[in-house]
Design a binder for this molecule. Structure first.
Ligand code: N01
Length: 544
Protein backbone atom coordinates (compact mmCIF):
# COMPACT_ATOMS: atom_id res chain seq x y z
CA UNK A 1 0.00 0.00 0.00
CA UNK A 2 1.29 3.45 -0.89
CA UNK A 3 1.34 6.15 1.73
CA UNK A 4 1.84 9.72 0.52
CA UNK A 5 3.85 11.70 3.04
CA UNK A 6 2.92 15.06 1.51
CA UNK A 7 -0.35 15.98 -0.18
CA UNK A 8 -0.57 18.33 -3.12
CA UNK A 9 2.39 20.61 -2.46
CA UNK A 10 5.88 19.16 -2.56
CA UNK A 11 7.98 19.35 0.56
CA UNK A 12 10.92 21.67 0.54
CA UNK A 13 13.23 18.82 1.55
CA UNK A 14 13.50 15.15 2.38
CA UNK A 15 16.30 14.03 4.68
CA UNK A 16 17.38 10.40 4.64
CA UNK A 17 18.82 8.97 7.83
CA UNK A 18 18.36 9.72 11.54
CA UNK A 19 21.89 9.50 12.85
CA UNK A 20 24.05 12.46 13.89
CA UNK A 21 23.69 13.99 10.40
CA UNK A 22 19.99 13.42 9.70
CA UNK A 23 18.82 14.61 13.11
CA UNK A 24 20.67 17.88 12.87
CA UNK A 25 19.79 18.44 9.19
CA UNK A 26 16.10 17.96 9.83
CA UNK A 27 16.21 20.24 12.85
CA UNK A 28 18.16 22.92 11.04
CA UNK A 29 15.86 23.02 8.02
CA UNK A 30 12.77 23.00 10.20
CA UNK A 31 14.15 25.91 12.24
CA UNK A 32 14.81 27.76 8.99
CA UNK A 33 11.15 27.45 8.10
CA UNK A 34 11.42 24.76 5.44
CA UNK A 35 8.91 21.93 5.21
CA UNK A 36 10.93 18.78 5.73
CA UNK A 37 10.39 15.08 6.36
CA UNK A 38 12.88 12.35 7.22
CA UNK A 39 13.05 8.65 6.41
CA UNK A 40 15.05 6.23 8.50
CA UNK A 41 15.57 2.55 7.78
CA UNK A 42 15.98 1.60 11.44
CA UNK A 43 13.16 1.58 13.94
CA UNK A 44 14.81 4.33 15.94
CA UNK A 45 17.32 7.15 15.76
CA UNK A 46 21.08 6.69 16.11
CA UNK A 47 22.44 5.66 12.70
CA UNK A 48 25.82 3.97 13.22
CA UNK A 49 25.06 3.70 16.93
CA UNK A 50 21.70 2.10 16.27
CA UNK A 51 23.17 -0.69 14.12
CA UNK A 52 26.64 -1.32 15.64
CA UNK A 53 25.66 -2.85 18.98
CA UNK A 54 28.34 -5.51 19.00
CA UNK A 55 30.13 -6.25 22.28
CA UNK A 56 32.85 -3.69 22.91
CA UNK A 57 31.45 -1.12 20.45
CA UNK A 58 32.83 2.20 21.53
CA UNK A 59 33.72 5.44 19.83
CA UNK A 60 37.36 6.33 19.55
CA UNK A 61 36.87 10.06 19.52
CA UNK A 62 36.98 11.38 23.06
CA UNK A 63 33.59 12.13 24.55
CA UNK A 64 34.23 15.85 25.07
CA UNK A 65 34.08 16.44 21.34
CA UNK A 66 32.02 13.50 20.14
CA UNK A 67 28.76 15.45 20.43
CA UNK A 68 26.86 18.30 18.86
CA UNK A 69 28.21 21.79 19.34
CA UNK A 70 24.94 23.47 18.44
CA UNK A 71 23.31 22.60 21.78
CA UNK A 72 25.29 24.61 24.35
CA UNK A 73 22.79 23.91 27.16
CA UNK A 74 22.97 20.18 26.58
CA UNK A 75 26.76 20.16 26.53
CA UNK A 76 26.68 21.62 30.04
CA UNK A 77 24.09 19.12 31.27
CA UNK A 78 25.30 15.90 29.65
CA UNK A 79 27.54 13.91 32.02
CA UNK A 80 31.00 13.13 30.70
CA UNK A 81 31.94 9.95 32.47
CA UNK A 82 34.39 7.94 30.39
CA UNK A 83 37.13 9.08 28.05
CA UNK A 84 35.57 7.24 25.09
CA UNK A 85 31.79 6.82 25.04
CA UNK A 86 30.39 3.33 24.54
CA UNK A 87 27.68 2.55 22.00
CA UNK A 88 24.80 2.50 24.54
CA UNK A 89 25.76 5.92 25.83
CA UNK A 90 26.00 7.53 22.38
CA UNK A 91 22.67 6.02 21.42
CA UNK A 92 21.13 7.42 24.62
CA UNK A 93 22.57 10.83 23.76
CA UNK A 94 21.05 10.83 20.26
CA UNK A 95 17.71 9.57 21.60
CA UNK A 96 17.77 12.39 24.12
CA UNK A 97 18.49 14.96 21.39
CA UNK A 98 15.65 13.56 19.27
CA UNK A 99 13.23 13.90 22.20
CA UNK A 100 14.49 17.26 23.36
CA UNK A 101 14.10 18.79 19.90
CA UNK A 102 10.94 16.81 19.15
CA UNK A 103 12.43 15.38 15.98
CA UNK A 104 10.76 11.98 15.86
CA UNK A 105 7.44 13.41 14.73
CA UNK A 106 8.99 14.46 11.42
CA UNK A 107 10.60 11.10 10.65
CA UNK A 108 9.13 7.90 9.31
CA UNK A 109 11.04 5.01 10.90
CA UNK A 110 11.38 1.49 9.54
CA UNK A 111 11.31 3.07 6.09
CA UNK A 112 14.06 1.93 3.75
CA UNK A 113 14.52 4.30 0.83
CA UNK A 114 14.95 2.33 -2.39
CA UNK A 115 14.30 4.97 -5.08
CA UNK A 116 14.98 8.69 -5.38
CA UNK A 117 14.05 9.97 -8.82
CA UNK A 118 14.35 13.41 -10.33
CA UNK A 119 11.67 14.82 -12.60
CA UNK A 120 13.17 17.44 -14.90
CA UNK A 121 9.78 18.84 -15.87
CA UNK A 122 8.83 19.82 -12.33
CA UNK A 123 12.29 20.05 -10.75
CA UNK A 124 11.15 17.73 -7.98
CA UNK A 125 12.48 14.58 -6.48
CA UNK A 126 10.25 11.63 -5.65
CA UNK A 127 11.45 9.46 -2.81
CA UNK A 128 10.06 5.95 -2.37
CA UNK A 129 10.55 3.41 0.36
CA UNK A 130 10.42 -0.36 0.33
CA UNK A 131 7.52 -0.09 2.77
CA UNK A 132 5.39 1.88 0.29
CA UNK A 133 5.78 5.49 1.44
CA UNK A 134 6.41 8.21 -1.13
CA UNK A 135 7.27 11.87 -0.82
CA UNK A 136 8.02 14.60 -3.34
CA UNK A 137 10.40 17.37 -2.54
CA UNK A 138 12.49 20.09 -4.10
CA UNK A 139 15.64 19.06 -2.26
CA UNK A 140 16.96 15.75 -1.02
CA UNK A 141 19.68 15.55 1.58
CA UNK A 142 21.27 12.17 2.21
CA UNK A 143 22.47 11.61 5.76
CA UNK A 144 23.10 7.90 5.41
CA UNK A 145 26.58 7.70 6.94
CA UNK A 146 29.82 6.49 5.40
CA UNK A 147 29.96 3.05 6.99
CA UNK A 148 26.41 1.79 6.97
CA UNK A 149 26.26 -0.78 4.16
CA UNK A 150 27.54 -4.01 5.64
CA UNK A 151 30.10 -5.95 3.61
CA UNK A 152 29.12 -9.60 3.57
CA UNK A 153 31.81 -11.42 1.59
CA UNK A 154 30.54 -14.09 -0.71
CA UNK A 155 31.90 -17.10 1.22
CA UNK A 156 30.91 -20.43 -0.31
CA UNK A 157 28.39 -22.21 1.89
CA UNK A 158 27.64 -19.19 4.13
CA UNK A 159 23.90 -19.96 4.09
CA UNK A 160 24.47 -23.57 5.07
CA UNK A 161 25.80 -22.74 8.55
CA UNK A 162 23.41 -24.13 11.14
CA UNK A 163 24.65 -22.07 14.05
CA UNK A 164 24.15 -18.36 14.64
CA UNK A 165 25.60 -15.88 12.11
CA UNK A 166 26.04 -12.24 13.11
CA UNK A 167 27.50 -9.13 11.44
CA UNK A 168 29.01 -6.47 13.70
CA UNK A 169 27.36 -3.72 11.64
CA UNK A 170 23.90 -5.29 11.88
CA UNK A 171 23.93 -6.51 15.46
CA UNK A 172 20.64 -7.73 16.98
CA UNK A 173 18.86 -5.67 19.62
CA UNK A 174 18.41 -8.55 22.02
CA UNK A 175 21.49 -9.59 24.02
CA UNK A 176 23.70 -12.25 22.43
CA UNK A 177 24.94 -14.84 24.90
CA UNK A 178 28.32 -16.35 24.07
CA UNK A 179 28.62 -18.27 27.33
CA UNK A 180 30.21 -21.64 26.75
CA UNK A 181 29.92 -21.28 22.97
CA UNK A 182 32.50 -22.03 20.28
CA UNK A 183 32.69 -18.71 18.47
CA UNK A 184 34.53 -17.85 15.26
CA UNK A 185 35.13 -14.26 14.20
CA UNK A 186 36.22 -13.24 10.71
CA UNK A 187 37.88 -9.84 10.42
CA UNK A 188 40.37 -7.85 12.45
CA UNK A 189 39.56 -4.24 11.57
CA UNK A 190 38.34 -1.74 14.17
CA UNK A 191 35.10 -3.67 14.81
CA UNK A 192 36.80 -7.06 15.21
CA UNK A 193 39.54 -5.56 17.36
CA UNK A 194 36.95 -4.10 19.73
CA UNK A 195 34.74 -7.19 19.82
CA UNK A 196 37.42 -9.89 20.16
CA UNK A 197 38.57 -9.13 23.76
CA UNK A 198 34.98 -8.84 25.02
CA UNK A 199 33.71 -11.99 23.29
CA UNK A 200 36.79 -13.89 24.48
CA UNK A 201 35.88 -13.14 28.09
CA UNK A 202 32.50 -14.82 27.68
CA UNK A 203 32.88 -17.51 25.04
CA UNK A 204 33.89 -21.08 25.73
CA UNK A 205 36.35 -20.78 22.87
CA UNK A 206 37.08 -18.05 20.33
CA UNK A 207 38.81 -18.62 17.00
CA UNK A 208 39.95 -15.44 15.25
CA UNK A 209 40.22 -15.71 11.47
CA UNK A 210 42.65 -13.02 10.38
CA UNK A 211 43.35 -12.20 6.73
CA UNK A 212 45.51 -9.12 7.26
CA UNK A 213 47.17 -8.26 10.55
CA UNK A 214 46.24 -4.72 11.60
CA UNK A 215 48.14 -2.15 13.64
CA UNK A 216 46.28 -1.10 16.76
CA UNK A 217 47.08 1.29 19.59
CA UNK A 218 45.75 1.09 23.16
CA UNK A 219 42.77 3.34 23.71
CA UNK A 220 43.50 3.73 27.44
CA UNK A 221 39.86 4.24 28.13
CA UNK A 222 39.16 5.30 31.72
CA UNK A 223 36.73 7.26 33.88
CA UNK A 224 37.22 10.99 33.41
CA UNK A 225 38.50 13.13 36.25
CA UNK A 226 35.52 15.35 37.10
CA UNK A 227 37.75 18.37 37.83
CA UNK A 228 39.00 18.07 34.28
CA UNK A 229 35.39 17.79 33.06
CA UNK A 230 34.39 20.93 34.99
CA UNK A 231 37.28 22.86 33.45
CA UNK A 232 36.42 21.55 30.01
CA UNK A 233 32.80 22.60 30.42
CA UNK A 234 33.79 26.09 31.51
CA UNK A 235 35.68 26.52 28.27
CA UNK A 236 33.44 24.49 25.99
CA UNK A 237 32.85 27.28 23.48
CA UNK A 238 36.55 27.80 23.01
CA UNK A 239 37.15 24.05 22.61
CA UNK A 240 34.40 23.87 20.02
CA UNK A 241 35.95 26.75 18.11
CA UNK A 242 39.35 25.05 18.07
CA UNK A 243 37.77 21.77 17.11
CA UNK A 244 36.05 23.28 14.11
CA UNK A 245 39.30 24.89 12.97
CA UNK A 246 41.41 21.77 13.33
CA UNK A 247 42.46 19.40 10.57
CA UNK A 248 40.77 16.35 12.08
CA UNK A 249 37.85 17.80 14.02
CA UNK A 250 39.54 17.26 17.38
CA UNK A 251 41.44 19.80 19.47
CA UNK A 252 44.68 17.84 19.56
CA UNK A 253 48.11 19.18 18.86
CA UNK A 254 49.99 17.84 15.87
CA UNK A 255 53.72 17.38 15.88
CA UNK A 256 55.79 18.94 13.13
CA UNK A 257 58.98 17.08 14.10
CA UNK A 258 60.31 14.39 11.76
CA UNK A 259 60.67 10.91 13.23
CA UNK A 260 64.03 10.77 11.47
CA UNK A 261 65.33 13.92 13.17
CA UNK A 262 65.61 12.45 16.65
CA UNK A 263 68.01 9.78 17.98
CA UNK A 264 66.59 6.30 18.34
CA UNK A 265 66.40 6.22 22.14
CA UNK A 266 64.52 9.50 22.25
CA UNK A 267 62.21 8.39 19.47
CA UNK A 268 61.41 5.18 21.33
CA UNK A 269 60.71 7.17 24.51
CA UNK A 270 58.28 9.38 22.58
CA UNK A 271 56.49 6.34 21.16
CA UNK A 272 56.37 4.73 24.62
CA UNK A 273 54.82 7.88 26.05
CA UNK A 274 52.17 8.01 23.34
CA UNK A 275 51.46 4.26 23.65
CA UNK A 276 50.88 4.74 27.38
CA UNK A 277 48.71 7.83 26.86
CA UNK A 278 46.51 5.97 24.38
CA UNK A 279 44.56 7.23 21.41
CA UNK A 280 45.52 9.00 18.23
CA UNK A 281 48.33 10.97 19.89
CA UNK A 282 50.48 8.10 18.68
CA UNK A 283 49.84 8.97 15.04
CA UNK A 284 49.59 12.75 15.15
CA UNK A 285 51.22 13.89 18.38
CA UNK A 286 54.53 12.04 18.08
CA UNK A 287 55.99 12.98 14.71
CA UNK A 288 54.70 14.94 11.77
CA UNK A 289 55.84 12.71 8.94
CA UNK A 290 54.56 9.24 9.83
CA UNK A 291 51.96 9.29 7.10
CA UNK A 292 54.05 10.89 4.38
CA UNK A 293 57.54 9.41 4.68
CA UNK A 294 58.14 5.67 4.40
CA UNK A 295 61.25 5.65 6.58
CA UNK A 296 59.57 7.69 9.29
CA UNK A 297 56.55 5.43 9.04
CA UNK A 298 58.72 2.34 9.47
CA UNK A 299 59.93 3.60 12.84
CA UNK A 300 56.34 3.64 14.13
CA UNK A 301 55.55 0.29 12.51
CA UNK A 302 58.66 -1.28 14.06
CA UNK A 303 57.72 0.10 17.45
CA UNK A 304 54.22 -1.44 17.31
CA UNK A 305 55.68 -4.76 16.13
CA UNK A 306 58.08 -4.69 19.07
CA UNK A 307 55.15 -4.13 21.45
CA UNK A 308 53.41 -7.17 19.99
CA UNK A 309 56.52 -9.21 20.80
CA UNK A 310 56.48 -7.81 24.33
CA UNK A 311 52.79 -8.51 24.95
CA UNK A 312 52.07 -11.79 23.18
CA UNK A 313 53.72 -14.73 24.89
CA UNK A 314 53.66 -17.27 22.01
CA UNK A 315 56.25 -16.05 19.45
CA UNK A 316 54.46 -17.79 16.58
CA UNK A 317 51.18 -16.03 17.40
CA UNK A 318 53.05 -12.74 17.86
CA UNK A 319 54.52 -13.13 14.37
CA UNK A 320 51.10 -13.76 12.86
CA UNK A 321 49.76 -10.62 14.56
CA UNK A 322 52.52 -8.37 13.22
CA UNK A 323 51.28 -6.18 10.38
CA UNK A 324 53.58 -6.09 7.38
CA UNK A 325 51.27 -5.64 4.40
CA UNK A 326 50.87 -1.84 4.52
CA UNK A 327 52.45 1.22 6.15
CA UNK A 328 51.46 2.04 9.73
CA UNK A 329 48.23 4.04 9.96
CA UNK A 330 47.31 3.84 6.27
CA UNK A 331 44.40 1.55 7.05
CA UNK A 332 42.14 3.24 9.61
CA UNK A 333 44.01 2.76 12.87
CA UNK A 334 41.85 1.06 15.51
CA UNK A 335 42.14 1.84 19.20
CA UNK A 336 41.86 -1.21 21.41
CA UNK A 337 41.44 -2.42 24.94
CA UNK A 338 43.52 -5.56 25.58
CA UNK A 339 43.56 -6.70 21.96
CA UNK A 340 47.03 -8.24 21.78
CA UNK A 341 46.73 -9.46 25.41
CA UNK A 342 43.66 -11.47 24.43
CA UNK A 343 45.84 -13.84 22.39
CA UNK A 344 47.49 -15.01 25.63
CA UNK A 345 44.18 -16.46 26.81
CA UNK A 346 43.92 -20.24 26.73
CA UNK A 347 40.47 -20.07 25.08
CA UNK A 348 41.61 -17.98 22.08
CA UNK A 349 43.23 -19.20 18.85
CA UNK A 350 44.41 -17.25 15.84
CA UNK A 351 44.09 -18.59 12.30
CA UNK A 352 46.10 -16.85 9.60
CA UNK A 353 43.98 -16.91 6.45
CA UNK A 354 46.98 -15.95 4.31
CA UNK A 355 48.69 -19.20 5.25
CA UNK A 356 45.55 -21.33 5.28
CA UNK A 357 42.86 -19.60 3.18
CA UNK A 358 39.20 -19.84 4.08
CA UNK A 359 37.67 -22.38 1.70
CA UNK A 360 34.06 -22.51 2.79
CA UNK A 361 31.54 -22.11 5.53
CA UNK A 362 30.13 -25.51 6.36
CA UNK A 363 26.94 -26.43 8.26
CA UNK A 364 29.06 -26.86 11.39
CA UNK A 365 31.71 -24.19 11.10
CA UNK A 366 34.52 -22.84 8.92
CA UNK A 367 36.85 -24.89 6.75
CA UNK A 368 40.23 -23.50 5.75
CA UNK A 369 42.95 -25.23 3.78
CA UNK A 370 44.38 -26.14 7.20
CA UNK A 371 41.27 -27.96 8.44
CA UNK A 372 37.73 -27.67 9.81
CA UNK A 373 36.84 -25.47 12.82
CA UNK A 374 33.59 -26.53 14.46
CA UNK A 375 31.62 -23.52 15.69
CA UNK A 376 28.31 -22.59 17.30
CA UNK A 377 28.45 -18.96 16.21
CA UNK A 378 30.16 -16.98 13.45
CA UNK A 379 30.70 -13.24 13.83
CA UNK A 380 31.39 -11.41 10.58
CA UNK A 381 33.47 -8.33 11.39
CA UNK A 382 34.04 -7.82 7.69
CA UNK A 383 33.34 -4.12 7.43
CA UNK A 384 31.40 -2.00 5.01
CA UNK A 385 31.04 -0.89 1.42
CA UNK A 386 32.30 2.49 2.53
CA UNK A 387 31.08 5.91 1.42
CA UNK A 388 29.65 5.00 -1.99
CA UNK A 389 27.76 1.87 -0.86
CA UNK A 390 25.15 3.65 1.29
CA UNK A 391 24.46 6.23 -1.45
CA UNK A 392 24.22 3.73 -4.28
CA UNK A 393 21.78 1.62 -2.26
CA UNK A 394 19.27 4.48 -2.36
CA UNK A 395 18.42 3.95 -6.05
CA UNK A 396 19.16 7.57 -6.99
CA UNK A 397 18.33 8.60 -10.57
CA UNK A 398 19.03 12.14 -11.71
CA UNK A 399 18.59 13.95 -15.01
CA UNK A 400 17.68 11.79 -18.01
CA UNK A 401 17.08 8.90 -15.63
CA UNK A 402 20.81 8.37 -15.11
CA UNK A 403 21.58 6.40 -11.98
CA UNK A 404 24.24 7.38 -9.48
CA UNK A 405 25.77 3.95 -10.02
CA UNK A 406 26.22 4.79 -13.73
CA UNK A 407 27.58 8.26 -12.96
CA UNK A 408 30.10 6.70 -10.58
CA UNK A 409 30.99 3.64 -12.63
CA UNK A 410 34.64 4.68 -12.55
CA UNK A 411 34.53 5.92 -8.98
CA UNK A 412 32.72 8.72 -7.20
CA UNK A 413 32.89 12.18 -8.77
CA UNK A 414 31.66 14.92 -6.50
CA UNK A 415 32.00 18.61 -5.95
CA UNK A 416 33.25 19.02 -2.36
CA UNK A 417 31.74 15.64 -1.49
CA UNK A 418 28.45 17.51 -1.31
CA UNK A 419 26.98 17.43 -4.78
CA UNK A 420 27.11 15.54 -8.07
CA UNK A 421 26.57 16.98 -11.57
CA UNK A 422 23.41 15.62 -13.19
CA UNK A 423 21.75 15.37 -9.77
CA UNK A 424 20.43 18.88 -9.07
CA UNK A 425 19.20 19.85 -5.60
CA UNK A 426 20.67 16.70 -4.07
CA UNK A 427 23.18 17.06 -1.23
CA UNK A 428 25.26 14.28 0.28
CA UNK A 429 26.32 14.89 3.88
CA UNK A 430 29.86 13.54 4.41
CA UNK A 431 29.88 12.18 0.86
CA UNK A 432 32.99 10.85 -0.91
CA UNK A 433 35.42 13.69 -1.52
CA UNK A 434 34.75 15.33 1.85
CA UNK A 435 36.87 14.86 5.02
CA UNK A 436 34.18 12.65 6.64
CA UNK A 437 35.82 9.46 7.90
CA UNK A 438 39.21 11.15 8.24
CA UNK A 439 37.76 13.50 10.81
CA UNK A 440 35.78 13.37 14.00
CA UNK A 441 32.40 12.80 12.38
CA UNK A 442 30.07 15.11 14.35
CA UNK A 443 32.29 18.07 13.49
CA UNK A 444 32.33 17.29 9.77
CA UNK A 445 28.61 16.65 9.90
CA UNK A 446 27.81 19.99 11.53
CA UNK A 447 29.92 21.81 8.97
CA UNK A 448 28.02 20.14 6.12
CA UNK A 449 24.59 20.57 7.69
CA UNK A 450 25.16 24.26 8.28
CA UNK A 451 26.57 24.80 4.81
CA UNK A 452 23.58 23.06 3.21
CA UNK A 453 21.08 24.91 5.42
CA UNK A 454 22.68 28.25 4.58
CA UNK A 455 22.73 27.36 0.90
CA UNK A 456 19.01 26.56 0.80
CA UNK A 457 18.18 29.77 2.66
CA UNK A 458 20.35 31.75 0.24
CA UNK A 459 18.54 30.22 -2.73
CA UNK A 460 15.16 30.95 -1.17
CA UNK A 461 16.10 34.57 -0.51
CA UNK A 462 16.91 35.01 -4.19
CA UNK A 463 13.88 33.10 -5.45
CA UNK A 464 16.16 30.53 -7.01
CA UNK A 465 14.90 27.01 -7.40
CA UNK A 466 17.81 24.95 -8.62
CA UNK A 467 21.44 24.30 -7.81
CA UNK A 468 23.67 21.80 -9.56
CA UNK A 469 27.40 21.18 -9.41
CA UNK A 470 29.11 21.99 -12.69
CA UNK A 471 31.08 19.37 -14.54
CA UNK A 472 34.27 21.44 -14.52
CA UNK A 473 34.20 22.15 -10.76
CA UNK A 474 33.54 18.47 -10.14
CA UNK A 475 36.42 17.31 -12.32
CA UNK A 476 38.78 19.76 -10.63
CA UNK A 477 37.69 18.77 -7.11
CA UNK A 478 37.80 15.04 -7.82
CA UNK A 479 41.33 15.38 -9.20
CA UNK A 480 42.35 17.49 -6.22
CA UNK A 481 41.09 14.80 -3.80
CA UNK A 482 43.36 12.25 -5.49
CA UNK A 483 46.33 14.62 -5.77
CA UNK A 484 46.29 15.37 -2.07
CA UNK A 485 45.94 11.68 -1.19
CA UNK A 486 48.90 10.89 -3.41
CA UNK A 487 51.11 13.17 -1.30
CA UNK A 488 50.63 10.68 1.54
CA UNK A 489 51.28 6.98 2.10
CA UNK A 490 47.56 6.16 2.37
CA UNK A 491 47.11 4.94 -1.21
CA UNK A 492 49.75 2.26 -0.53
CA UNK A 493 47.28 0.23 1.55
CA UNK A 494 44.54 -1.97 0.11
CA UNK A 495 42.04 -0.33 2.44
CA UNK A 496 38.38 0.54 2.41
CA UNK A 497 39.54 4.18 2.02
CA UNK A 498 40.63 3.02 -1.46
CA UNK A 499 37.55 0.88 -2.11
CA UNK A 500 39.88 -2.12 -2.07
CA UNK A 501 37.78 -4.23 0.32
CA UNK A 502 34.92 -4.66 -2.15
CA UNK A 503 35.60 -6.84 -5.20
CA UNK A 504 35.22 -4.84 -8.41
CA UNK A 505 34.97 -1.43 -6.71
CA UNK A 506 37.04 1.22 -8.52
CA UNK A 507 40.24 2.08 -6.64
CA UNK A 508 40.25 5.74 -5.72
CA UNK A 509 40.98 7.44 -2.46
CA UNK A 510 37.44 8.14 -1.23
CA UNK A 511 37.65 10.80 1.50
CA UNK A 512 39.36 14.20 1.27
CA UNK A 513 42.61 14.16 3.21
CA UNK A 514 43.46 17.87 2.99
CA UNK A 515 42.03 18.59 6.47
CA UNK A 516 38.71 19.79 7.76
CA UNK A 517 40.16 23.27 8.37
CA UNK A 518 41.24 23.75 4.74
CA UNK A 519 38.12 22.06 3.49
CA UNK A 520 35.85 24.31 5.60
CA UNK A 521 37.60 27.40 4.23
CA UNK A 522 37.08 26.16 0.68
CA UNK A 523 33.36 25.56 1.33
CA UNK A 524 33.01 29.05 2.83
CA UNK A 525 34.80 30.56 -0.15
CA UNK A 526 32.50 28.74 -2.56
CA UNK A 527 29.44 30.05 -0.70
CA UNK A 528 30.93 33.54 -0.35
CA UNK A 529 31.42 33.69 -4.11
CA UNK A 530 27.75 33.02 -4.78
CA UNK A 531 28.11 29.22 -4.84
CA UNK A 532 30.94 29.18 -7.29
CA UNK A 533 31.18 25.89 -9.17
CA UNK A 534 27.43 25.42 -9.06
CA UNK A 535 24.93 26.31 -11.74
CA UNK A 536 21.98 28.16 -10.26
CA UNK A 537 18.60 28.39 -11.89
CA UNK A 538 15.40 30.20 -11.21
CA UNK A 539 13.26 27.50 -12.77
CA UNK A 540 10.69 26.09 -10.34
CA UNK A 541 11.66 28.71 -7.75
CA UNK A 542 10.41 28.17 -4.23
CA UNK A 543 7.18 30.14 -3.91
CA UNK A 544 7.54 31.15 -0.26
O1 N01 B 1 35.83 -3.12 8.92
P1 N01 B 1 37.27 -3.18 8.21
P2 N01 B 1 35.49 -2.72 10.42
N1 N01 B 1 37.90 -12.87 4.04
O2 N01 B 1 36.96 -3.09 6.75
C1 N01 B 1 38.35 -8.71 6.90
C2 N01 B 1 34.87 2.39 11.67
N2 N01 B 1 34.76 1.86 13.02
O3 N01 B 1 34.01 -2.90 10.60
O4 N01 B 1 42.17 -6.38 5.96
C3 N01 B 1 38.55 -12.68 5.20
O5 N01 B 1 38.20 -2.22 8.77
C4 N01 B 1 39.34 -7.66 6.55
O6 N01 B 1 40.54 -8.24 6.12
P3 N01 B 1 41.54 -7.44 5.12
C5 N01 B 1 36.34 2.67 11.40
O7 N01 B 1 36.45 3.77 10.56
C6 N01 B 1 34.98 2.73 14.02
O8 N01 B 1 36.36 -3.39 11.37
O9 N01 B 1 40.64 -6.82 4.05
N3 N01 B 1 38.57 -11.52 5.86
C7 N01 B 1 39.43 -6.89 7.85
O10 N01 B 1 40.25 -7.54 8.76
C8 N01 B 1 36.75 1.38 10.74
O11 N01 B 1 37.92 1.44 10.01
C9 N01 B 1 34.96 2.29 15.30
O12 N01 B 1 42.43 -8.46 4.59
C10 N01 B 1 37.88 -10.51 5.32
C11 N01 B 1 37.99 -6.95 8.35
O13 N01 B 1 37.37 -8.05 7.71
C12 N01 B 1 35.53 1.09 9.90
O14 N01 B 1 34.44 1.41 10.75
C13 N01 B 1 34.69 0.97 15.57
C14 N01 B 1 37.16 -10.64 4.13
C15 N01 B 1 37.20 -5.74 7.99
O15 N01 B 1 37.79 -4.62 8.58
C16 N01 B 1 35.41 -0.34 9.43
O16 N01 B 1 35.82 -1.21 10.48
C17 N01 B 1 34.44 0.10 14.54
C18 N01 B 1 37.21 -11.88 3.48
N4 N01 B 1 36.56 -12.07 2.32
C19 N01 B 1 34.48 0.56 13.26
N5 N01 B 1 36.57 -9.45 3.84
C20 N01 B 1 35.23 3.25 16.38
O17 N01 B 1 34.95 4.43 16.34
C21 N01 B 1 36.92 -8.62 4.84
N6 N01 B 1 37.71 -9.26 5.72
C22 N01 B 1 35.90 2.76 17.50
Amino acid sequence: MTEEINDAAPLDAVVIGAGFAGLYMLYRLREQGFSVHGFEQGDGVGGTWYWNRYPGARCDSEIMYYSYSFLPDLEQEWPLKERYPGQPEILRYLEHVADRLDLRKDFTFGAKVTAIEYDEATGRWTVRTEQGQTATARYVVTAVGCLSTANRPDFAGADSFQGVSLHTGRWPHEPVDFTGKRVGIIGTGASGIQAIPVIAEQAGHLTVFQRTAQFTIPAENKPLDQHFVAMWKQNYREWRRRTRQSAGGAPVSRSTVSALEVPEDKRRAIYEGAWGAGGFTFTFGTFGDLLVDEQANKTAADFVRSKIDEIVSDPEVADMLKPTAFPFGTKRLPLDTNYYETFNRPNVDLVDLRRTPLEEITPTGIRTSGGQYDLDMIVYATGFDALTGPLQALGIRGKRGRSLAEAWAEGPRTYLGLAVPGFPNLFTITGPGSPSVLSNMPVSIEQHVEWIGDCLAWLRDRALGGIEATESATVAWTEHVQEVANLTLYPKAASWYMGANIPGKPRLFLPYIGGLDNYGRKCDEVAGNGYEGFELSSAHAVAS
